[in-house]
Write a protein that binds this ligand. Structure first.
Ligand SMILES: Nc1ncnc2c1ncn2[C@@H]1O[C@H](COP(=O)(O)OP(=O)(O)OP(=O)(O)O)[C@@H](O)[C@H]1O
Ligand SMILES: [Mg+2]
Length: 283
């Protein structure tokens, strides 16, 4: 297995500083590490140039910045032209990265949600009415605007159509060109713990650590994940993260799923631990 990492924009042959610790850990574990050009991947015609430094003929895993699903597809195709197979297909990536992909498998353990395709108000109102009145949290198919909680994430009452639409518009404005897919509305649940980020390789939980927002909040020592394993297994994805939070009634809940290749690793999780988790399974 080979590890692909974004290059430093200023010194393109070196790994981007954010991912350099994982690159070093991978080399120490005996993996080949190659850099790709993230900016070129993000352009519609840049994928072949982006992967020009990747050696031919191996299976690869990416660890880098988020890509839109269509950009990831271009990445997969450009690598295939060099005889390199990304372990995560574009369909796999989209299913983990975008809300409508993973939600159906996890409905029993995640806040009840409804979403739109696109940004028109009629569809938004349909999604809004599909949920119970009361508080909700807004995101798009990929991300929230949690740092703008009151104006662009939290909706105090889904029964107030105009107020909800105002939050959606502000969200849209702040997401700018990063907006993906449509609006997702989620019934609010009272979470009382820091989030735990769990890392799953081939359906098995290979690593448990804090969420990057709370890197020093250690997860509980004995976290029972037996309830979650069959649900993640049913997703049938090679490498995903599942973020969990404890609800006020004592139930662990799934906050979101992400593709493991583009999920941020907090500094408090050793890069060698993540690489070991990744190579623990056959490539
Ligand atoms: N249904 C909900 N009820 C209560 N709080 C929620 C709900 N959904 C999300 N949140 C809160 O909003 C935050 C952001 O939500 P979410 O994880 O979906 O977005 P994100 O921006 O993709 O986050 P990340 O930085 O983990 O990628 C969560 O960490 C959680 O604190
Ligand atoms: Mg999150």
């Amino acid at each position: 297995m080979m590890l692909l990492i974004p290059g430093d924009p200023l010194r393109p042959r070196r790994p981007d500083e954010h991912f350099a610790p994982e690159a070093s850990a991978a080399r120490e574990a005996g993996l080949t590490v190659a850099v790709v050009d993230h900016d070129a991947l993000a352009r519609s015609d840049g994928a072949d140039r982006a992967v020009a430094a990747v050696p031919a003929g191996d299976t690869a895993v990416y660890r880098g910045w988020m890509l839109r699903s269509e950009q990831y597809g271009g990445f997969v195709d450009a690598l295939a032209r060099r005889g390199v197979t990304l372990r995560t297909t574009v369909g796999n990536y989209q299913r983990a990265h975008e809300f409508p992909g993973w939600y159906p498998a996890l409905t029993a353990v995640t806040p009840r949600s409804a979403w739109t395709t696109g940004t028109d108000r009629t569809d938004f109102d349909r999604a809004r009415r599909a949920l119970d009145a009361g508080p909700a949290v807004l995101r798009d198919h990929v991300k929230s605007m949690k740092h703008h909680w009151d104006e662009a994430a939290f909706i105090p009452d889904l029964g107030d159509a105009d107020a909800a639409w105002k939050v959606a518009n502000r969200f849209r404005q702040l997401r700018e060109d990063d907006f993906v897919g449509g609006f997702v509305l989620r019934e609010f649940e009272d979470f009382t713990s820091a989030e735990v980020r769990t890392w799953w390789v081939a359906g098995r939980c290979a690593l448990v650590g804090p969420h990057p927002d709370t890197p020093h909040d250690r997860p509980p020592q004995r976290l029972d994940l037996d309830w979650l394993t069959p649900l993640v297994g049913a997703l049938n994805l090679p490498f995903v993260t599942v973020d969990l939070a404890l609800r006020a009634d004592g139930a662990w809940r799934v906050v979101e799923v992400g593709d493991g290749q583009v999920s941020d690793r907090p500094n408090s999780v050793a890069p060698s631990a993540l690489i070991a988790a990744l190579v623990g399974e056959p490539g």
